[in-house]
Design a protein around this ligand. Structure first.
Ligand code: SF4
Ligand code: SF4
Length: 283
């Protein structure tokens, strides 16, 4: 089973939930945690894995052989991402815009374009006790997170329960990380901003056809904005984590909830079992 842990906005406690789930389940299930928040992976701060493998992520970018090039402009015309411009005597390639699709080299009539790898990130793998751990890191300044996310997802171990810590928001990297999940757990906070972004996230996962449930973090007595919305939409609220100074203190010290306050482990295991029930019911 693949469970992605996502949120419509940053700072809601998505990593707190993902790492707490992993720690709570580690003696119940074979677990793998994959940090797909490649622009800012932080699950490692809580799981403190020993990284044993580090693999670069490269995309193929074009390289022009000027001995063959006739400056016909075909490569610029076929590039959907405007990553090539042909001017008299030169073919300008904008590496940061190139998606490595290969169209230019394939369609160059003179076969003047070859490809060379450009490193844009790294995928690191290791273990934290009996939890398998994988994370992607995008090189600072790189614009495209998706190739790194795809490489992280290639490491999904189908013999384990895979927990995907997804980047916040509803943009392309989120869609790429969440798609193919069996279930998406959306973490939110009970504020108007949290609700606004939760609605966007729900809309996104519904378009992907993925069932979802909600964890409310920093829950406050009497604040029912999110619960009311979820009730109207038929979305289960699986867990509410209170706004609590001790939880915040643990978190700021790199100690996730399930580890610093083991009483919570039963609650996370229960969330997992409920999700499993939903997924098995669908399959
Ligand atoms: S398509 Fe090939 S020949 Fe034409 S401008 Fe581009 S590199 Fe040169
Ligand atoms: S590989 Fe694709 S995206 Fe990159 S320059 Fe060529 S056509 Fe454009």
């Amino acid at each position: 089973m693949i469970i992605s842990i996502a949120s419509g906005k940053g700072g809601t406690g998505k990593t707190l939930v993902a790492t707490s789930l992993a720690i709570s389940l580690r003696n119940e299930e074979k677990v793998q945690l994959l940090d797909c928040d490649v622009e800012e992976p932080d699950s490692h701060l809580f799981l403190k894995p020993a990284i044993t493998v580090s693999e670069p992520v490269c995309i193929p970018v074009p390289k022009v052989d000027y001995a063959r090039c006739t400056f016909c402009g075909e490569c610029a015309r076929v590039c959907a991402y405007k990553a090539i411009a042909v001017v008299p005597g030169s073919v300008l390639i904008f590496d940061q815009l190139c998606h490595g699709c290969g169209a230019c080299s394939y369609l160059c009539p003179e076969k003047a374009i070859s490809e060379e790898g450009r490193e844009m990130g790294v995928v690191e793998s290791g273990r934290s006790g009996n939890i398998e751990f994988v994370q992607g890191r995008l090189i600072v300044g790189e614009a495209m997170a998706v190739p790194v996310i795809r490489r992280v997802k290639q490491k999904i171990n189908r013999n384990r329960t895979a927990l995907l810590d997804v980047s916040p928001g509803t943009s392309c990297p989120v869609v790429n990380a969440v798609e193919d999940s069996d279930y998406c757990l959306l973490v939110t906070e009970p504020t108007p901003f949290g609700l606004h972004d939760l609605k966007l996230a729900v809309e996104t996962v519904r378009k992907l056809g993925i069932p979802c449930g909600v964890v409310i973090n920093r829950a406050v007595d009497g604040e029912t904005l999110v619960n009311d919305y979820c009730g109207r939409e038929g979305i289960s609220v699986w867990l509410e984590i209170p706004l609590d100074r001790e939880i915040a203190r643990l978190y700021s010290n790199g100690i996730t909830l399930a580890e610093g306050s083991p009483g919570w482990q039963a609650a996370f295991i229960d969330v997992y079992k409920r999700i499993k029930g939903v997924v098995n019911g669908i399959k």
